[in-house]
Design a protein around this ligand. Sequence first.
Ligand code: FMN
Length: 209
Amino acid sequence: MDFIENQKWRYATKKFDSSKRISSSNLEKIKESIQLAATSYGLQLFKALIIEDPETRKTLQSQSWGQSQITEASHLIVFCSYSIIKDEHIDSYIGLKAESMGVEDSSLKGYGDFIKSKIAEMSPEQQSNWNAKQTYIALGNAMALCAELKIDTSPLEGFSPEEYNSTLGLHEKGLEAAVVLAIGYRSDEDKSQKAIKIRKSIQELFEVI
Ligand SMILES: Cc1cc2nc3c(=O)[nH]c(=O)nc-3n(C[C@H](O)[C@H](O)[C@H](O)COP(=O)(O)O)c2cc1C
């Protein structure tokens, strides 16, 4: 039940207490929750950028509807996904899988070719969307863990991906900004913490067929 209680405790924090920092040991746990997130085929075709530089944070805030979480949160993670999937991404995953299993890469060639053939069926736009979707699972993992650690979070889609791509030099790395997570501790002044949780009823949300 703790999981449910923690989900009731959490809310999308609007105002962080900028004097409070999350500890490095908690940051390591949050990183692990992102590392361990499930992804399609296990490819993990994303990078999570931790933005520490205050000037960059200010620029990103101006590209995020001016939202204060961008500069006031203890930590800011920009989830970036690869826009195009290349054969080398699959080869690298197969290499890692083979190494982890202690087998030759060649023994997994058939599996690698299968993944490549499935990805070749997707248009570039579908590949970009598919990779971006994977980052939301990692985002959810990190948010759930933070709630368990009584750390506040604010997931953010209210930003200009194109401007982020340019500020962070993402296109040069084959990446694009997908979603943002601000992490830290709520300010006492944040009125949102007292807001009622608005959720559809279980009956409305579920259907048994
Ligand atoms: C992917 C995603 C993007 C969001 N983007 C923003 C945002 O840019 N700014 C904001 O204030 N809240 C944002 N939210 C927060 C939602 O509005 C919030 O989660 C929702 O209203 C439910 O409220 P609760 O999370 O406080 O329970 C986002 C939530 C998600 C999941």
